[in-house]
Design a protein around this ligand. Structure first.
Ligand code: GUN
Length: 287
């Protein structure tokens, strides 16, 4: 039986800490930290993610500013909004929910957000700091949440082998960079890694991070009994259940520790968004 890494509980603890800090700020007549969230169009998954972000802000006493734009909005208009938010003194974090409609160049949007308000950690300035191992980087929330889970459960990283499956800018690449800075020997696999090589590569891992969105990809032939698995995947099955990349029923009994889906990495992502917003606020107030 594996240790179940309870992301929901850990995320709640972090939110409680953040809430206490925000209450202190309000008591001493400071403004609350503020997060701006831009959603373009009405993609149902994005709508749920964005709603959860607003709820989380409200729960800890942060201000949130929502901007819902038509699916047909021009790139110029989104850039103008971001430019206004960059100089708005009530706002510490700016997040533009991805994916964006095709008429908008995602990179232009990411580049336009002021790096010191980039609570998603997607701007090249922050990605550069992350790759340099500089702790000043604002780091993408999902991989940051994964590192928090390892820390909270006392899982050592120095000298350990880590395998990250997936090389997205949102998860795989920043995850690999964080594990490298935490002194792991890191392997990143991706869609061009021969499928027949994957189980053998993954079996070598002390820490396995799965971020593919392929339900049930990780089966017992991918694992070893000392392994810690962080399951970042989220898929919906035909009968409406949310599942991860790991075939939990067969893998869980065989490994040392594992995150469940739901209730693992997901809740940590939002907790890290609040944490990044508070970090950005503190830096702004210290200037
Ligand atoms: N879409 C899926 N995940 C994310 C995220 O972490 N941030 C943003 N902005 N969009 C996303």
């Amino acid at each position: 039986m594996a240790i179940i890494i309870d992301g929901a509980k850990l995320a709640q603890e972090i939110r409680t800490e953040i809430k206490a800090e925000v209450e202190e700020l309000i008591k001493s007549n400071r403004r609350a930290p503020g997060l701006a969230v831009i959603q373009v169009g009405d993609d149902p998954a994005s709508t749920i993610y964005v709603r959860n972000k607003f709820k989380a802000c409200a729960e800890v006493g942060m201000e949130s500013f929502g901007f819902t734009l038509e699916d047909s909005v021009s790139e110029q208009e989104v850039l103008r909004l971001i430019s206004d938010l960059n100089t708005d003194s009530r706002i510490d974090g700016i997040l533009c929910q991805l994916p964006l409609p095709t008429q908008i160049d995602q990179n232009k949007i990411i580049f336009a957000i002021a790096p010191d308000k980039d609570v998603d950690g997607f701007h090249p300035y922050n990605v550069g700091l992350l790759l340099m191992g500089n702790p000043e980087a604002l780091v993408a929330c999902t991989p940051l949440g994964c590192m928090e889970m390892l820390k909270a459960y006392g899982i050592p990283t120095r000298g350990k082998r880590a395998v990250v499956i997936g090389r997205s800018n949102i998860v795989g690449r920043p995850m690999a960079a964080l594990l490298l800075s935490a002194d792991c020997t890191v392997t990143t696999t991706h869609s061009h890694t021969p499928a027949e090589d994957l189980p053998g590569i993954c079996r070598e891992a002390d820490i396995l991070v799965a971020a593919t969105g392929k339900a049930g990809l990780i089966t017992p032939d991918f694992i070893n009994s000392d392994q810690v698995i962080l399951d970042v995947g989220i898929s919906r099955t035909a009968d409406g259940k949310i599942v991860g990349d790991v075939d939990f029923a067969t893998v869980e009994p065989l490994v040392k520790a594992i995150t469940p889906v739901p209730g693992g990495v997901g809740p940590m992502t939002i907790a890290m968004l609040l944490k990044n917003t508070l970090t950005s606020y503190r830096r702004r107030m210290a200037d």
